[in-house]
Design a protein around this ligand. Sequence first.
Ligand code: NAP
Length: 204
Amino acid sequence: MNITIVGAGNIGGALAQGWAKKGHRIFFGVRNPAMFKANRLLTEYPTITAHSVSEAAQAGDLIVVSVPAKAVVEVATQLGPVTGKYIIDATNGSIGTPDYPNAVQALKVLTGCTDVVKCFNTTGFENLIDPVYQGESTAMFMAGSSKEAKETVLLLARELGFADCYDLGDDTKIDLVEQLAFVWITLAFSGGLGRHFALKVVTR
Ligand SMILES: NC(=O)c1ccc[n+]([C@@H]2O[C@H](COP(=O)([O-])OP(=O)(O)OC[C@H]3O[C@@H](n4cnc5c(N)ncnc54)[C@H](OP(=O)(O)O)[C@@H]3O)[C@@H](O)[C@H]2O)c1
């Protein structure tokens, strides 16, 4: 698959290397592609390249948005035509405007894309690089109203090594997925667990 990742920081970098290892082509959308050429990921993985946000967005079948939440509106206006593409929102926090209830709705309204899923935001970036603890994989979560997009996101989560990517529901559950991120953050920092733990679902 051709995957666009807008935001090449901790989350974008973790997703890029996981999917590059599985044979996907990664198109980073960055603010300064020329400066980004020296980035370690580009030298280590020939299938990861850096472009302007709009160029990268056109190259991907699927676009991951992994920027600070306050940059989502700006990024959404730069993506260009997104017909036939899926968008994954991996951000957390306030988007900085009351015009939209959350980042997923901002992406939907501003791009016209109906296939937007929230995912890969509920755990620390280290767990996107390696979600396996003592031989056992851990859980990812997602929500959104596009069943087709969620089928693809599930496959991509499994490729990163997640045992499952639990579907919490349609667009009305987007904020619930974001709350799960704050559960992880609370346990990591106020709860004293640090960054090296992950959530897992067990069944009887
Ligand atoms: N870190 C985590 O463990 C974690 C976990 C779950 C979710 N998240 C969420 O994931 C998102 C990214 O977090 P992160 O830790 O990866 O942040 P980060 O390391 O600071 O990376 C953010 C990236 O976004 C880029 N960016 C910022 N504004 C932009 C804009 N207007 N247009 C294009 N690119 C822009 C930055 O580019 P420049 O280099 O040009 O500034 C940088 O590459 C945040 O919403 C965060 O809440 C993070």
